[in-house]
Design a protein around this ligand. Sequence first.
Ligand code: ZN
Length: 226
Amino acid sequence: MIGLLSDIHGNLEALEAVFRDGQRKNIHRWICLGDIVGYGPNPSECIQLVRNYCEIIVLGNHDEACGLTSEVDEFNKIARHSILWTRTRLKENERDWLRKLPLFEIDHNRMYVHASPRKPHLWNYIFTETEAQRQIAFYPPDVKFCFIGHTHESFHFVSEEGSELINVGSVGQPRDYDSRACFAIFDENLGQVVFQRVEYDIKSTQKKIIDYGLPRFLAERLMYGN
Ligand code: ZN
């Protein structure tokens, strides 16, 4: 069993809850699809845990922005605020590590990428079946399953030809009106994907967001899962 997680966004309580849950479900490999940091109050701690647990880790747009020192114009005001704050909290070696993460990885018949298999560096969002179908045309040869994150909403599309695009949802900031942390389990033998939801101590995360002076909205949205 492989555990797939994405969009942790510095939410340590959610990440710990996911790893605990995965342990009970016999997950022997973990894969991280990016956005370990940004928004949440514990970027360093999340980097450390992900490095300890995950065999494959790919770059997210927030990881890239927090690793760099350049302008962050492409993000909205709240994201920008949290990216600048996160930069001050990370050690230079952590930012260096973020910058060097690969944009995608291919392993057996599976591809792992944060946003989209086609032009991953553009950070496009895949919300619809039409877009999912279009993306499948750009799978590298021999890839049947592509696992992504980025929208913070779980999604599973199977094409008529049998290729699959799976968005594993978000650990640390779900936006599908379910406040519980989300991740996915992939059974390599059956080729099956199951989404998991895990309760965690949202109040602790919210308190830290407010205590650290991060935008209040980032605390509030966790409660509603949006
Ligand atoms: Zn994200």
